[in-house]
Design a protein around this ligand. Structure first.
Ligand code: ZN
Length: 199
């Protein structure tokens, strides 16, 4: 209907997460109406990011310098490693200004239904990282979301790390402040109960 060039652009935009057919169409029309220089800057930024962004060789964070800024900061506590699913979770913890250790980014959680097993995640890199420093008394903090898949991932991780003798802890998942128990899912409730502390 719009010709092949526009159809191709819509098709490519629709592949992006959270972009449905209608949004892709809206974006495509917006892009072709942009000043040419602006559209070229957008296209070049994508190419530039794809060509220059890599995984940190230590923590697997997405970075353009290797090691990433967190891993290369000598003030960070290198004995404490927080395991997260996604670079966005790492960014969220960085924003709290409450965590001064290092991270390891798995890039997902175990999800056999979607074909994501341990080999699809950065477990081998984590093992290598820990085994390379056998004299360090690590604490690995699991900061993985309390979904069914997250639970399975946490369980797998603690089994995987047990033979290394490292301390494995998990952040407590509570009821969100202002949230009601009624509208909280069971996994969160169960974890909140298990993670209860004496007051
Ligand atoms: Zn790093």
């Amino acid at each position: 209907m719009y010709g092949e060039t526009i159809a191709k652009l819509i098709e490519e935009l629709a592949r992006l997460p959270g972009i449905g057919g209608k949004s892709a169409q809206r974006l495509a029309f917006h892009i072709v109406k942009m000043p040419k220089i602006q559209a070229e800057t957008l296209a070049n930024s994508i190419i530039n990011a794809v060509n220059n962004v890599k995984f940190c060789s230590i923590c697997c964070n997405i970075t353009d310098v290797d090691p990433c800024v967190v891993c290369s900061n000598p003030k960070r506590d290198s004995q404490t490693i927080m395991l997260v699913e996604d670079p966005r979770d790492m960014a969220a913890y960085e924003r709290t200004n409450e965590f001064f250790g290092l991270y390891h980014v798995l890039h997902g959680v175990l999800s056999p239904m979607n074909g994501i097993g341990p080999n699809e995640l950065k477990f081998a890199e984590l093992l290598k990282r820990l085994q390379n420093n056998p004299n360090v008394e690590y604490e690995i903090i699991l900061a993985i979301s309390p979904s069914v898949e997250g639970e399975a991932t946490a369980m797998y991780t603690s089994k995987l790390l047990r033979p290394l003798g490292v301390k494995v802890t998990r952040i407590a998942h509570g009821i969100p402040v202002g949230g009601s128990l009624e509208h909280t899912d069971e996994v969160t409730l169960a974890r909140a109960l298990k993670g209860r502390v004496e007051i």
